[in-house]
Design a protein around this ligand. Structure first.
Ligand code: ADP
Length: 535
């Protein structure tokens, strides 16, 4: 015969539930709840519940009933009361059980040497009696030293101690999860080492900072991974190890130095080292907090970079235009038509470059000042992409472009001109940052929510560290080859502003020296909820 009207909830894998379930079964109960309440045995002041074969929905009812009745205490630890049939029904007990046997509510106070722990509140058939009660001493725990022999008292103390232990390990697990989350989501790099300075933890911020994956550096000597240098770029020796200094009891806070990323790039960080010690004071673990100073340095340098990038970008075409124009203007020189033409074409190209730069600068400052006004309408991406690619092929016959568009692409809601600019920019970059002959693939696919356009190249790629910043204003990767390539670091910033103004996303996936894929998404026409102006 089933005890319950409907299936009951319970997590049998949970150690607490197993303990509580065994205790209730030993007391001949059928279902119940363990309530932790440190103050007294008052269920209302409780914070944690462990259910055993009992619906969550019935819990408040049982608890309020428990509060109204007689309260168990360490003198009378077990209270047993008949339960009214309608209440038993509301608590989920099957009608035939209620009619044939009747139901009892039992409440057991739990305590141990450390004090009261809470109560066990459970339901059982009216005719049942547990082994403790059969001994006839269950309800009267002696105050005069008889306690120690009392089986129920022993059972309670044992159970309370086990439950206390289980609660403690549960809270340890929670604490461990909390610490793991702090470690995982910290924006500061955290690295821990054992007593022999071998890496035992390497958080994701550290992975982003250095380009190394945790799995690659575990067990490695941390000095070999970070290759620290002083501010002048001289390699540091083990005697300068901050962790060893922390092991030796020194306070190591915010020391500035240079470290190397996986790709050889060197950058400034501020480090703080600390030490975990055993009971006997011996160092067990070293902890290194690494704060990337690039961003701060970057901001300091931003203004001067801006001026130098812009003046370089302006000066080069101006110098070329001036050079060609003044040779063409010399009174004593005579040029054939072809020479004349080629110089005029060069002047025109440089003027276009200037025009584009000034246009981008104005665009970027408009985005900052006023946001973007857009002219949104349903847009079919297929012909737009093919048109942009056609123009690129005409302009640069050496470039090899493959177009891979899904059939029947859904329409998106977008500003045609601006999306064309995004495509143009990403394709120009793919060509610009592919040394030798560019191999580019333009793909477009739809998901249930959005349409995703991807432009892949097999060019120089971008390091993991730099991928974070390339969508910011005036940010360029710093590889020497890159510096020789003209650019002001505005294109991707503008692309991001445009795509986000459409409610889409833009991102880059790239491996240094292997190539990059830049993708952006636009919401499908029927899903679009467009923020028209983005600030
Ligand atoms: P610009 O190309 O004018 O410098 P962008 O904003 O378009 O500015 O790009 C920012 C930086 O991102 C570039 O300087 C370059 O370092 C990097 N980048 C962009 N596209 C690519 C690409 N396809 N391959 C490698 N690096 C790229």
């Amino acid at each position: 015969m089933s005890w319950f009207q409907s299936p009951q909830e319970e997590d049998s894998s949970d150690q607490m539930t197993v303990l509580v379930g065994s205790a209730i079964r030993l007391l001949c109960g059928a279902s119940g709840v363990f309530v932790v309440s440190n103050e007294a045995f008052d269920p209302q002041s409780s914070t944690e519940y462990t259910l055993y074969r009992m619906n969550k929905a019935a819990l408040p009812l049982l608890l309020s009933y428990a509060q109204e009745g007689m309260q168990p205490n360490s003198l009378h630890p077990l209270v047993v009361e008949p339960l009214a049939p309608d209440l038993a029904k509301q608590l989920g007990v099957a009608s035939n059980v209620i009619e044939q046997q009747g139901v009892e509510y039992c409440s057991l106070a739990l305590y141990d040497e450390a004090g009261p722990l809470g109560g066990l509140h459970f339901l059982r058939q009216a005719s049942e009696r547990s082994c403790f009660e059969r001994q006839g001493e269950a309800f009267e725990v002696g105050v005069d030293g008889g306690r120690g022999e009392n089986a129920l008292h022993l059972f309670i103390v044992q159970l309370a101690a086990s439950l206390r232990f289980a609660l403690r390990s549960q809270s340890l697990v929670k604490e461990q999860e909390r610490l793991a989350a702090i470690f995982r989501y910290s924006t500061e790099g955290i690295l821990t080492v054992d007593h022999a300075l071998r890496i035992i933890d390497f958080n994701p911020a550290m992975e982003r900072l250095t380009g190394w994956r945790e799995s690659e550096v575990l067990g490695q000597f941390y000095f070999k991974v970070l290759r620290p240098k002083d501010r002048q770029g001289n390699d540091l020796g083990l005697q300068d190890s901050l962790i060893l200094q922390a092991f030796a009891g020194q306070e190591v806070v915010n020391r500035e130095m240079l470290i190397s990323a996986r790709d050889g790039q060197i950058f400034a960080v501020s480090m703080t080292a600390s030490c975990v010690r055993s009971h006997y004071g011996e160092p067990i673990n070293g902890i290194l907090n690494v704060h990337d100073l690039t961003r701060e340095r970057q901001q300091e340098e931003d203004r001067s970079t801006f001026i130098s990038v812009i003046s370089h970008e302006l000066q080069t075409p101006i110098a070329i235009i001036k050079g060609y124009a003044s040779t063409l203007a010399r009174a004593d020189a005579h040029y054939d038509t072809q020479t004349l033409r080629s110089r005029l074409v060069a002047i025109e190209e440089e003027a276009d470059r200037l025009n584009k730069l000034v246009g981008n600068l104005l665009y970027a400052s408009r985005i900052q000042a006023n946001g973007l006004q857009m002219d949104i309408a349903p847009l079919d991406l297929d012909p737009l992409i093919r048109g942009v690619v056609r123009r690129l092929r005409a302009r640069s016959p050496d470039v090899h472009v493959t177009v891979a568009l899904s059939e029947h692409l859904p329409t998106v809601m977008a500003d045609r001109e601006r999306i064309e600019e995004v495509l143009q920019n990403l394709l120009d970059n793919a060509v610009k940052y592919s040394p030798g002959q560019a191999e580019i693939t333009v793909a477009c696919n739809a998901t249930g929510e959005e349409v995703i356009v991807s432009i892949s190249d097999m060019g120089m790629g971008i390091s993991l560290r730099e991928q974070e910043h390339i969508f910011d204003r005036f940010q360029r990767a710093v590889k020497p080859m890159m510096q020789a390539t003209p650019g002001a670091g505005l294109g991707l910033y503008i692309c991001r502003a445009i795509v986000e103004a459409h409610g889409g996303r833009i991102w880059a996936e790239s491996t240094l020296r292997q190539g990059s894929t830049f993708s952006f998404s636009l919401p499908r026409e029927e899903k679009a909820q467009l923020p028209m102006v983005v600030f």
